[in-house]
Ligand binder design. Sequence first.
Ligand code: ZN
Length: 157
Amino acid sequence: MKSTQHPKIEFFEDNRDNHGDIIIILKSGWCFDKQGEHLGTYYDCDEAREAIRLVKPCTCPECLAKEETKMNNSELKKVKRINMVDSIKLDRTITCLEVGESWKNAHQMWIAHVDWMTSSQQDRLTAQLYAAAKLGEQKRVVINDRTFMLVNMPKVK
Ligand SMILES: [Zn+2]
């Protein structure tokens, strides 16, 4: 199993010859079953492969901090040039990172998945995302283990 070159894998070790497990550590921004779970041990290749297939975006504090550092270096200058304008035209397209689906706006998402959150949670989600967008920040909001963010940020003028 050649997993060392997998884009989501940081570290791979096969210890089965020494009666051990296959050990996999994911790159920053990815996790296994639970948020923040970057390390997995497996009995065989099939089990490891299945776990890798189910890898999802990780938004644990550690991963977010790393992403912010990256953003500070490259994006921050651009973001700062976006003025705080109340009448800013927002593209309200929203996406859920875990399912990879997107909707025209948060309300459409809620209508499609009413079991994901309450109506007031949806209102709060909308408010948080739009307020951040007006400041040029592509905020991620986690509700019931699902991460939401706006797909497009306001253009720099
Ligand atoms: Zn993480």
